[in-house]
Design a protein around this ligand. Structure first.
Ligand code: SF4
Ligand code: SF4
Length: 469
């Protein structure tokens, strides 16, 4: 016997006032959990290893905020290149929207740092105490020396993991050389010789990691994370979701092994799907904000179905169209194409700008105190400051030239400006105008900066003025 499938997958609202119980998920293995664990630990490893990579003798990914230089392998960005970061953030957001429309909360279940760190911290509890039942029993047990020791051990490992996380985070900004190279001895104890901002960052990140992964856990997803809330707007009938097959499973109920009573559906009410859920919900209640779509319940239920000899997939990845309307899901749909089109445009634009970008920046500022003056030879003089920034990862020597114009000549304090990678220099520049040749008022001028090998060349316009004499 099977129950009538509701004409819509029920949506369970969050009860923000409900009593918060500590969730002790049972660890489960299976197809999706294997993918999930591999993905999570690969991302974790990437996070830990990336700051140690070197490129051209420098940290390959380094957001050097104090000097306002940001390095990503061969690219150097300055604060004025902020639009690249903004473009990258917009592209990331659009990618997330597109993935959500197609595959639901795959980000939450497989790649979100909150999920990864929570899994890691829960794994520590499992390692020290044991799986779910032992952890629940341990929580309820009276205080004893063993309990204190195990609790202390868990907190200590969590703390070490939080410090490693914080140190890695800060390494992306302070640089690994600085983070791990500046130590001093206090007595016999080596102590990092960090400035205040590094200590403050370390404290904030350690605290945030410990609190989020150790205590907040699923509450972050349910109460704080905005993505969990607004994604319901992005879902459509063809979005991939983890769902319980109500029609097949109901009425649920226990039964004797090897039997398949007529009056019951396939759910044997073993509660295994609830026990493995890292957010402590029951997927059989319908779609919920707390469901991060990790598919642990899919693997757990499949295992049970194998044991009782029923077909797999009572809980499965499906779509509302498939489950409720019994129709095949549509992979290609207008919404997806719209996201894809915007994404292609954005990525194309960013790539085009990155490829065409000259890693040399010039900025011309006029001497504001005096627009122009007359020198001893009777020539009109305009003064400027040309700020040169070498945005390459090598040392270069630059030369400034003036686009030839009748009556105008350039005078430089130095002919060549050698600049180290990422270095800037304010170069005083004077342009002289012959009053008999140069038209009165403002004359457009063009200054060009060229690297010694001619590889990098940037021109900028300004004006020569005869006013203010
Ligand atoms: S794991 Fe499957 S059979 Fe067991 S309670 Fe959940 S849905 Fe029912
Ligand atoms: S209900 Fe299932 S998919 Fe959702 S969070 Fe719980 S275990 Fe993961």
């Amino acid at each position: 016997m099977s129950a009538q499938q509701p004409n819509k997958i029920p949506v369970q609202q969050v009860d923000l006032n409900a009593e918060k119980k500590r969730v002790h998920p049972r660890f489960v293995t299976g197809f999706y959990q294997n993918i999930r664990v591999i993905t999570m630990y690969a991302l974790l490893a990437a996070f830990l290893i990336l700051p140690w990579l070197r490129y051209n003798g420098r940290q390959a990914i380094w957001f050097d905020v104090p000097s306002q230089h940001y390095y990503i392998f061969g690219l150097t960005f300055l604060t004025q290149d902020f639009y690249f970061i903004a473009a990258f953030a917009i592209i990331s957001a659009f990618t997330l929207f597109m993935v959500t429309v197609y595959a639901g909360r795959v980000w939450c279940g497989y790649a979100c740092p909150q999920t990864i760190w929570t899994h890691l911290y829960q794994y520590v509890e499992k390692w020290v105490i044991g799986d779910r039942n032992k952890r629940i029993k341990f929580d309820k047990s009276p205080m004893s020396a063993t309990k204190v020791f195990k609790r202390f051990l868990i907190y200590f490992i969590w703390f070490v993991l939080s410090v490693i996380t914080a140190a890695t985070f800060v390494s992306y900004v302070a640089g690994t050389d600085f983070m791990y190279g500046s130590w001093q001895m206090i007595g016999f104890v080596p102590f990092p010789d960090w400035p205040t901002w590094v200590w403050v960052s370390m404290f904030i990140f350690t605290f945030a990691t410990y609190a989020n992964a150790g205590y907040m856990r699923e509450q972050m997803c349910v109460q704080i994370c905005p993505y969990g809330r607004f994604q319901s707007v992005m879902f459509d009938k063809d979005t991939l979701i983890v769902s319980y097959d109500y029609e097949r499973g109901e009425p649920r109920g226990p039964r004797k092994k090897g039997t398949n009573p007529e009056h019951l559906g396939d759910c044997i009410e073993c509660t295994m799907c609830v026990q493995v859920c890292p957010t402590g919900i029951d997927i059989r209640d319908g779609l919920q904000v707390a469901c991060i779509q990790c598919a642990a319940c899919v693997d757990a239920c499949n295992e049970i179905m194998d044991k009782v000899g029923y077909p797999r997939g009572l809980i499965r990845y499906t779509t509302e169209r498939q489950l409720v309307e019994n129709e095949p899901s549509r992979v290609f749909r207008p919404r997806l194409f719209a996201y894809l089109a915007v994404l292609t445009l954005l990525c194309g634009g960013l790539l085009y700008t990155l490829i065409g970008r000259v890693p040399l920046e010039i900025d011309i500022r006029r001497d504001r105190n005096q627009l122009s003056s007359i020198n001893r030879e009777g020539m009109i003089e305009n003064s400027y400051i040309v700020k040169l920034t070498n945005k390459t990862q090598d040392e270069h020597t630059y030369r400034i030239t003036l686009e030839p114009q009748d009556g105008l000549s350039l005078q430089l304090r130095f002919n060549d400006v050698p600049l180290l990678a990422g270095e800037s220099f304010d170069m005083p520049v004077s342009i002289y105008g012959d009053p008999d040749v140069v038209a009165s008022g403002q004359t457009p001028i063009v200054l060009t900066v060229t690297s010694e090998d001619g590889k990098y060349k940037v021109s900028k316009q300004n004006v020569f003025t005869t006013q203010g004499q």
